[in-house]
Design a protein. Structure first.
Length: 452
């Protein structure tokens, strides 16, 4: 379009190689939003006459209408979203040639991308809140449901299923805080940084920043066009979130197997097998787990792109968006479907308890019972360990033992030991702050609701 210092046109393969339209067109509306603020500022700063600014604004609004109506077909020949919009504006309104005053695509693309990312992250924050709400609802629904708690994937101690859901509430709440941080770190306005050094023209950076809802203008023009930290902040948030998602999904997949069997997944979130008629597969959970790699990959992709890049803008930075879109789309779809699925997950209480009865998950309770009788914990640990070994050999559960059998192994045990052998009481007794005791779970639910 503008030949300038070149004698020859760019070759077709170079155009194709360097264009970013296929990636950045989705930011078209945000780009116009940025330009509208820029034009207003140029007018206020006296760099455009009032009627010029008005005409350019009108032109931009027309382009916006065309885009919204799907009537604008951008061309890869014009390289990117910014050039396409400016070219179309100038067709409609020749004064459009004044739009790029005191602006470079380097500060422009940073502004447009921040605006776009901000919109998406606000939506995502709302969706994440829904997920948090469902987790609290599930906690309430399952406060008194007892499941085996695991360490090393071995039965450890019984816990309230409500406590389990609240564990994920904590994790996803931290994610929400990281998302808030990402939103904060993107919310500074690059406009006016120009290509890298600012401008000789008297631009009002405070004004554009304010018009676009940013907290402030960025403080250093070099950093402004070089910086992509607001993207890495997002990617880090997204990666940790997806790690949480994949761990949660994995638990549910495991507990939904015939071997564990205490998690019941809603039919409408499961798939069948093309060959095996009996199958009900947890594909949604597997896919959510499976998408984690892409999201982490996108973080690594950007980090590697940024590593060693010279101050300031380098064209490498144009590669920052493909992974960002993939990540945003993926995370949004995962959070949405996971929320819908979790709302309908059920626990088969009987099977969860039955699983516990076969195990020895009350061993710690017995050791702590002995501690209260004055037995040093190490000694109690040893005694209960030996008793457990003996029970396994004789195929007995703690609940099967007679008082004399108890006495034989642990002389300090009295009749009252029988009373501590129910998983429900065991959970109820773990009433330390943050423990799985029902009162604690209820308190956590209250706190969580307050946070929301
Ligand atoms: N499309 C580019 C990007 O996404 C902006 C263009 C900057 N180009 C330039 N030659 N300075 O980063």
């Amino acid at each position: 379009m503008w030949k300038g210092r070149f004698k020859q046109d760019m070759s077709a393969i170079v155009k194709d190689f360097t264009q970013s339209l296929d990636i950045d067109w989705r930011m078209a509306e945000c780009d116009i939003q940025g330009s509208l603020a820029h034009v207003k500022m140029l007018g206020a700063a006296g760099l455009l006459k009032a009627d010029e600014a008005e005409k350019i604004e009108l032109g931009l609004r027309k382009v916006l209408e065309e885009i919204k109506a799907g009537k604008f077909t951008p061309s890869k020949d014009l390289e990117d979203v910014h050039m396409n919009i400016e070219a179309r504006l100038t067709e409609i309104e020749p004064l459009g040639a004044k739009l790029h005053t005191a602006r470079s695509r380097n500060d422009q693309v940073a502004t447009t991308t921040r605006l776009y990312l901000r919109e998406r992250l606000k939506v995502l924050a709302g969706e994440l809140k829904e997920l948090l709400k469902i987790l609290v609802d599930n906690a309430q629904r399952h406060v008194s449901v007892i499941i085996p708690g695991y360490t090393h994937m071995q039965q450890a101690q019984p816990v309230s299923m409500g406590h389990y859901w609240l564990a994920w509430f904590e994790a996803f709440y931290r994610d929400h805080e990281r998302l808030e941080f990402a939103l904060k770190s993107l919310n500074e306005c690059p406009l006016g940084a120009g290509a890298l050094a600012g401008s000789t023209l008297p631009v009002d950076r405070e004004m554009t920043s304010e018009l676009l809802g940013f907290d402030c203008p960025t403080r250093n023009s070099l950093d402004t066009v070089a910086n992509r930290d607001y993207m890495t902040d997002y990617h880090y948030f997204a990666s940790v979130l997806m790690i949480h998602v994949s761990r949660l999904c994995n638990d549910l997949i495991t507990w939904n197997t015939q071997e564990f069997a205490f998690i019941v997944l809603p039919d409408e979130f499961c798939t069948g097998s093309s060959m095996m008629p009996q199958k009900k597969n947890p594909d949604v959970l597997e896919l959510a787990r499976g998408k984690t790699g892409q999201v982490i990959g996108n973080l690594i992709d950007l980090l590697v792109t940024l590593k060693g890049l010279p101050m300031t803008y380098d064209r490498d930075l144009q590669e920052d968006k493909r992974g960002l879109w993939n990540s945003l789309d993926t995370v949004e779809s995962v959070v949405t479907i996971l929320t819908a699925l979790l709302a309908k997950v059920d626990v088969d209480e009987k099977l969860a308890l039955a699983g516990l009865e076969k195990g020895y998950s009350l061993a710690t309770d017995i050791a702590e019972y002995l501690v209260l009788k004055g037995v040093p914990f190490r000694e109690a640990h040893l005694k209960v360990g030996k008793l457990t070994g003996w029970c396994i050999e004789n195929n007995l559960a703690f609940g099967d033992l007679t008082l004399s059998q108890w006495k034989e192994h642990i002389p300090e045990a009295d009749e009252d030991v029988m009373k501590i052998l129910s998983p429900r009481d065991s959970v109820n007794r773990r009433n330390t702050y943050g423990g799985t005791g029902f009162a604690q779970v209820e308190r956590q639910i209250e706190d969580a609701r307050k946070k929301l």
